[in-house]
Design a protein around this ligand. Sequence first.
Ligand code: NAD
Length: 365
Amino acid sequence: MAHKIAVLAGDGIGPEVMESALAVLSRALGSESDQFQFEAALVGGAAIDATGSPLPAETLKLCEQSDAILFGSVGGPKWESLPHEKQPERGALLPLRKHFSLFANLRPVRLYPELAASSPLKAERIAAGVDMLIVRELTGGIYFGQPKGRSGDGADEKGFDTMVYHRFEVERITKLALEAAALRKQRITSIDKANVLTTMVLWREVVSQMVAEYNQSGASASIALDHMYVDNAAMQVILNPARFDVLLCGNMFGDIISDEASVLGGSLGMLASASLSSSGSFGLYEPSGGTAPDIAGKGIANPIAQILSAALMLRYSFERDDLARRIETAVGRAISAGARTGDIAQAGEQSISTKEMTESIIQNL
Ligand code: NAD
């Protein structure tokens, strides 16, 4: 039976870069195209304009019937004055994450050597390369733990949040990090604060136990594990990014470290992400950036983040690491050959359109 993919392009540059990703996918799949069925639906501002809702029932139904969601991005100035829950991001993306229990967010950060000048770090800091994968727990930890709230009056008034992790939550995110590390350089750095937080003592114990069990299970790859306190990790990501392969983080630490690391790649237009669910291989794949209203409709957006998100979909939802690597290699070759959209072009370099970048990647497949 064909794999079904819900295509939700959204707003702003979303439809422009989605067209690129579908063109690259079509060429990469070649004779296997008939095994993948793509169906588009409205989401975000475009859906509000057409139906009044940022996540219409038909769109949600299509997602439920699909094996993966390829998502563009949603939002823009036109819808910013709507009540919060009706706005594109709050009304579509967050409910989708919740509905499908997307408990893990994977963000690969890679700096192509030719784009080193776009990185905020000095050349000597990135000379050894940047190629890391941040695996962030997305539905637990201090953002969701109960109780949380405010109480009391005057000087005694207080605000409080609770940091909770259950063993099963740490186990399932560690399992995912192990699978991802096995496909990469077989190294996991687990980020915690076990010197201060009890939750993180449990986190460290469970991660250590699972990696040891994995290595004793006769799995083809043996995974090296180290633990790092989050304050040190925040420094090391900048001082020595090459030391990292997979970074395994809880929700809050992953939120901070992933944004810190994301700038190392040079542009938001290069950053893909995958959000994976607790039920099998279902996932939502999207660029890390937004709808870029400042350049939407001009045909100059960088399609690479959307194209690399499609590659992640092939890897994680359809177990086609071979096809994912082909696409990733083609992106690297296009960059090596000098293809640059405006966001990654340096002074004096000629920039090309979204379509030309797409064409260059397709030629390099
Ligand atoms: P943004 O990511 O859209 O843009 C920030 C800057 O990065 C802009 O200068 C933009 O031109 C540039 N940029 C982003 N993607 C690019 C690409 N592919 N190629 C070239 N340049 C690119 O962030 P913002 O301006 O804060 O938000 C704009 C809208 O997007 C808002 O409505 C926001 O709510 C929404 N948004 C949506 C998502 C999502 O759907 N997941 C995420 C972030 C922001």
